[in-house]
Write a protein that binds this ligand. Structure first.
Ligand code: PGA
Length: 255
C-alpha cells in the first residue's frame, strides 16, 4: 500500500505572522505525525527560514512552489533548487498551471526544473492538467501525457523514480469545482499506466489530485485506487479544513 500524501500550496498568501500561526495550529496535530501519511506545506520563498524554524523536529515538512531551471548565474530574481535545499526544503512544485499560464513556462522548462530539483535532493511535485477547452475537445489525456513525458524525457529512470505527480485539472483550480472522484480516478489510472509503460519502477509513483479539494470531497477522492493524496490550495490556508483533509487521508491509509 502506498503512503497517502497531503501537500498544501499556500501560493502568494499570508504574512509572516498569519503563516506562523497557521503552522503552529497544524504541526502538533496527531494526524500530521501519523506514520501512514506524509504532510507538507509549500510556502512562499521568503517564508522558508521562518517555516523551517517553526517546523524543525516536527513531522510536517516544508517545500517551495517553484525553482529556477538554472543552477546559478545571471538570472535576476530567480532562486535555485540548491539554494532551497540549504534551507531543508524537501518538496518543490514544478509546472504548476499558474506558472505555465502566467509565466509562460514551456514543457522543456518544466523538465529542466524537475531535473534541477532532483539534483538538489528535493522531490519535485510535477503538476499536470488540462484546461476546460482541452477537456471539452477530448484532448485531456493527450495534454496530460505530453506534460508528463516532457518531464520523464528530461530524467533517467532512477531520477524519475523520485518524482511525485499532481494531477490538477486547470478548470478545477480555485474555482470550487472539483473533478468528480471517478473522473479524477480515470485520469490517475491513465497517468499510472503512462508511468508504468515508461518503466516498471515508476508504477508506484505517488499521484496526487489537486483542484478545489475540500474536507467534504477529500474522503471520496482518497478512496480511489490510484489517488495517493492531494495538493491543496485554498483549504490549506485554514488550519481546521487542512487538518480535516489530513485526517481523511490518514483514515483512508489505514482502511
Ligand atoms: P485550490 O488550488 O485547492 O485552491 O483549487 C490547488 C492548487 O492550485 O494547487
Amino acid at each position: 500500500m502506498r503512503k497517502k500524501m497531503v501537500i498544501g500550496n499556500w501560493k502568494m498568501n499570508g504574512t509572516v505572522s498569519t503563516n506562523s500561526r497557521l503552522l503552529q495550529d497544524i504541526k502538533d496535530d496527531p494526524a500530521v505525525s501519523a506514520s501512514q501519511i506524509e504532510v507538507a506545506v509549500c510556502v512562499p520563498f521568503l517564508h522558508v527560514p521562518k517555516t523551517r524554524a517553526i517546523l524543525d523536529g516536527s513531522a510536517l515538512r516544508w517545500g517551495v512552489q517553484d525553482v529556477s531551471a538554472y543552477r546559478e548565474g545571471a538570472f535576476t530574481g530567480e532562486i535555485s533548487a540548491d539554494m532551497a535545499a540549504e534551507f531543508g526544503v524537501l518538496y518543490a512544485l514544478v509546472g504548476h498551471s499558474e506558472r505555465r499560464t502566467y509565466h509562460g513556462e514551456a514543457l522543456k522548462t518544466v523538465g529542466e526544473k524537475a531535473l534541477r530539483t532532483i539534483e538538489a535532493g528535493i522531490v519535485p511535485v510535477v503538476c499536470v492538467g488540462e484546461t476546460l477547452r482541452e477537456r471539452e475537445d477530448g484532448a485531456a489525456r493527450e495534454t496530460v501525457e505530453t506534460q508528463l513525458m516532457a518531464v520523464l524525457d528530461s530524467l533517467t529512470v532512477q531520477q524519475a523514480a523520485c518524482i511525485v505527480v499532481a494531477y490538477e485539472p486547470v478548470w478545477a483550480i480555485g474555482t470550487g469545482r472539483s473533478a468528480g472522484a471517478s473522473q479524477a480516478q480515470e485520469m490517475h489510472a491513465f497517468i499510472r499506466e503512462t508511468l508504468s509503460k515508461q518503466a516498471t519502477d515508476l508504477a508506484n509513483t505517488p499521484i496526487l489530485y489537486g483542484g478545489s479539494v475540500k474536507p467534504a470531497t477529500a474522503s471520496e477522492l482518497f478512496a480511489q485506487a490510484d489517488i495517493d493524496g492531494a495538493l491543496i490550495g485554498a483549504a490549506a490556508l485554514d488550519a481546521s479544513q487542512f487538518l480535516d483533509i489530513i485526517r481523511s487521508a490518514a483514515f483512508q491509509a489505514l482502511s
